[in-house]
Design a protein around this ligand. Structure first.
Ligand SMILES: NC(=O)c1ccc[n+]([C@@H]2O[C@H](COP(=O)([O-])OP(=O)(O)OC[C@H]3O[C@@H](n4cnc5c(N)ncnc54)[C@H](OP(=O)(O)O)[C@@H]3O)[C@@H](O)[C@H]2O)c1
Length: 220
């Protein structure tokens, strides 16, 4: 059996962080859930333990300590918080996989705040030059983690990154979360994935459109 990996989820009290944590708690992982607000992240850890007593899950308000212990770090935080978090974890995230799930949306949800030739993931890689940044889960809505299998088929979750071993590890993690991992390309593809999610969010707001449900409008 493979050694149990430790995953730090920074932003685990948020919509995405909590959804990812709940999904991964079913796998062979030790989860360290972090956020600024310890009470909120303790509640998420408590709920996970209540529904899955075998889950190994702990709560912390120190993203640096959790990242130091972790094999894999998931940055489930807003794009605007990435610089601050990267500064805290830079030294302890050396050579580790850091998953960027951020969509750098503007306040009006009609554009991205990143320049056209870059992405949230590539900017995070610049902030963490010695880590292996992988883009994953940005095209998945938090609500979709509860039902990743639609009409008997696992929904696709796109991944992008430069390190082949890291892509393999994240593919396994995505599969544990219940999705079908699809490597879309190297880290430069992240910009396309982030713009794709911008479009999907706009279509979802306008038409209640959900591509995971089979590219369809849910309610007419
Ligand atoms: N929601 C979705 O369906 C969805 C889908 C795909 C991708 N995403 C991406 O996922 C990320 C999180 O979105 P969300 O909807 O989960 O947001 P959210 O519900 O607002 O949660 C944000 C989380 O980040 C933490 N956080 C904020 N600033 C922080 C900082 N400076 N240091 C440490 N932790 C910090 C918050 O903890 P505290 O409250 O304790 O500060 C909270 O746990 C975003 O980048 C978003 O683009 C979201």
């Amino acid at each position: 059996m493979k050694t149990k990996q430790t995953i730090a989820i920074i932003g685990a009290s948020g919509n995405m962080g909590a959804a990812v944590a709940r999904s991964l708690s079913k796998g062979n992982y030790r989860l360290l859930l972090c956020a600024n607000n310890l009470d909120k992240v303790q509640t998420v850890a408590y709920e996970i333990k209540e529904s899955n007593p075998d889950a190994e899950v702990e709560a912390s308000d120190c993203s640096k300590d959790a990242s130091w212990e972790a094999d894999i770090i998931i940055a489930a935080i807003p794009y605007a918080a990435e610089k601050e978090v990267a500064e805290k974890i830079r030294e302890v995230a050396n050579q580790k996989i850091v998953i960027s799930i951020a969509n750098p949306l503007n306040d009006f949800f009609n554009g991205l705040v990143t320049a056209p030739d870059t992405s949230a993931a590539e900017e995070l890689q610049k902030l963490l030059p010695n880590s292996k940044v992988i883009k994953a889960f940005n095209t998945t809505f938090a609500a979709d983690f509860a039902t990743p299998v639609i009409d008997g088929k696992q929904a696709d979750a796109f991944i992008a990154g430069n390190d082949l071993d890291a892509l393999q590890t994240v593919s396994e993690l995505v599969e544990t979360a219940g999705f079908n991992p699809l490597v879309a390309g190297d880290l430069s593809v992240s910009g396309t994935l982030e713009r794709m999610q911008l479009l999907l969010i706009q279509l979802n707001m306008k038409y209640d459109y959900n591509w995971l449900a089979g590219w369809k409008i849910l309610h007419q």
